[in-house]
Design a protein around this ligand. Sequence first.
Ligand code: 3HC
Length: 276
Amino acid sequence: MGAGIAEVCARAHTDVLVCESTRELAAAGRARILRSLDRGVSSGKLTEREREQAASRLRFTSDLGDFADRQFVCEAIVEDEAVKTQIFADLDKVVADPNAVLASNTSSIPIMKLGMSTQHAERVIGMHFFNPVPVLPLVELVTTLMTSPEVSERAETFAHDVLGKQVIRSADRSGFIVNALLVPYLLSAIRMVESGFASEEDVDKGMVLGCAHPMGPLKLADLVGLDTIKAIADSMYEEFKEPLYSPPSLLLRMVEAGRLGKKTGRGFYRYADAAR
Ligand code: 3HC
């Protein structure tokens, strides 16, 4: 999702610096964004010139120190509370402007936990995008008990006026609005397959043809990533202790097996273009 967020920011005429942990990952991230921009050109959404301009606004680094001059930072790393709190603590030391916004694209982790790992919890906010980011028009904004009204307003202005996204606001509860509704549905679909109730294909066909969803729940779980679904479920279960939020055994085994969905080429389905 980081690649998608960087792409929409660059397409919205913003100067973007992308940080990956290694040069190899930075190169892979750049290639992913360039492929998506090419796709925009071939589908007629972007001109060649717009693609070139967007690409020229993107710089890549593997040094977090390069973020010192940033006014708006959006974190989109792995859905792991320990890793995210560490990155917020580090970012807080690096980003010099005390009015800079530090946003997280977390799917489920309460934003307060990230804010309290910094010395400036008032500049920390949740800014949750949806996959694929260039296609889906929504951003969930999540303010905490500590987020300042100015930061909240700047994040909304950036999401709506600059990126052209629709904004909804959620209280700082694990899963926020969309995943609190979506994830139990995805987990229920996995339980249906696990118990032999129905096949993957029939579950998906049921929701696509019977409810006009653009894709069925198992294909969507593959798109989001099964490790991410498990991490969201763990976080929501920890907060609410609601049995429907607990990850089913089949999901745990698939994650352990490295069958993480589209990104690894295999999840509930097989994919030829794992890198897309
Ligand atoms: N990047 C850029 N554009 C993309 C894209 C991508 N990764 N994937 C698809 N598109 C564009 C295509 O170019 C195409 O544009 P066009 O209509 O102008 O030609 C359009 O989207 C439709 O794509 P396709 O024709 O290839 O395929 P589909 O019609 O099957 O649509 C889909 C694919 C957009 C993924 C659609 O199935 C969809 O919207 N699915 C639901 C996705 C969803 O529910 N996402 C939310 C997940 S939850 C989440 O992200 C939160 C997190 O915290 C877990």
